[in-house]
Design a binder for this molecule. Structure first.
Ligand code: TUI
Length: 315
């Protein structure tokens, strides 16, 4: 057993949330994580609302346990996606890449728990003030769209500034990371990259294998010049993007170049010309396993870490 208050709030066994990952976390991955005792999350990403609706229905077919939907607030379909989430009584909503304030009342009206992902203290505090049930404090170790601060630095500062539960994200993939997050005052963790390298993740094997092969320094942050920094694995696309940035390409040119590249990698399997989003912790991930095994191994390791720490404290 390894329970925190957030487990009760979300109706889950372990304080582990699967990060919403566009083009990656569909009903297959989300339902597997929920079945294994965590909180699975379907990512709406930039997908149209009928795709999201279909994934919600598929997840409800696979599991009776609670799952969430992640709403990417830069999506052109965000209003329609919100309506689908409301229509189907989704239990938990996580958000990324913006401020979900506009939709907070709607989510609350159906009793959904709202957990925005936030990269800084001021933004996280604002979320508490407008009624968020918890926040995910995300460090820049994460894959995808990131902020400026590391997990080690942002988690305890958000914990101290807020009274709602804080979930730590960024650079966490095992039991050591889970206990470290609890030590920083978090009530749980969100993991993305670890769950990409799972059997139930429905993307192409080449993407998962790229994560397994990655070493500690194999990610890079692109897009700092556009105001949308995104961490990806180093590949041909990353080199081309950085070259364009160094040569002073405009925001519009870079956005045009980046369009469709995550889908190209995750669904079409072109991991050289596509965008292989992954966190720095990819270097720690050595295998592709069933979600249940990932979860059980993390809990076992976390319990062993606690025993070890107890031993040190008692000496
Ligand atoms: O959202 C993420 N990670 C993502 S979204 C994504 S899809 C995408 N691809 C290319 C460009 C943009 C998006 C891939 N990965 N993580 C959560 C997260 N949210 N990280 C940072 C933020 C964030 C940033 C600004 C949250 C709030 C925020 O507020 C700005 C404001 O002032 O409202």
């Amino acid at each position: 057993m390894l329970k925190t208050k957030i487990c009760e709030v979300l109706g889950i066994d372990y304080p582990i949330i699967q990060g919403g990952m566009a083009w990656v976390s569909d009903s297959s991955l989300a339902a597997a994580v929920s079945e294994a005792g965590g909180l699975g999350v379907i990512a709406a990403g930039n997908a149209p609302s009928d795709w999201v609706e279909n994934e919600i229905l598929k997840a409800q077919d696979i599991t009776n346990k609670p799952f969430g939907v992640n709403i990417m607030l830069l999506s052109p379909f965000v209003d329609d996606v919100v309506n689908v989430v409301l229509k189907h009584g989704v239990k938990v909503v996580t958000t990324g890449a913006g401020n979900p304030g506009k939709y907070m009342k709607d989510f609350k009206s159906i009793g959904a728990k709202v957990i925005p992902v936030m990269p800084s203290v001021a933004l996280a505090k604002r979320m508490e003030d407008i009624g968020a049930d918890a926040v995910i404090a995300e460090g820049m170790e994460s894959g995808g769209h990131i902020g400026e601060l590391t997990t080690m630095v942002i988690v305890p500062q958000i914990v101290d500034a807020l009274s709602i539960p804080v979930i730590a994200a960024g650079g966490i993939a095992d039991g050591r990371g889970l206990i470290a997050a609890l030590a920083l005052g978090a009530e749980g963790v969100q993991m993305g990259t670890r769950f990409v390298a799972s059997k139930e993740c429905s993307i192409v094997e080449a993407y998962k294998e790229a994560i397994v092969k990655a070493k500690d320094r194999d990610t890079v942050v692109t897009g700092r010049t556009t105001g949308h920094p995104v961490r990806i694995l180093k590949n041909k696309l990353a080199r081309e993007f950085m070259k364009l940035e160094a040569n002073g390409a405009t925001k519009e040119e870079l956005e045009k170049f980046g369009e469709g590249k995550l889908r190209l990698a995750a669904r079409e399997g072109d991991i050289q010309n596509g965008s292989v989003m992954a966190g720095q912790i990819a270097g720690l991930i050595k295998d592709i396993k069933p979600v249940k095994e990932i979860m059980e191994d993390i809990i076992k390791e976390a319990q062993a870490v606690i025993k070890k720490v107890n031993g040190v404290v008692e000496e």
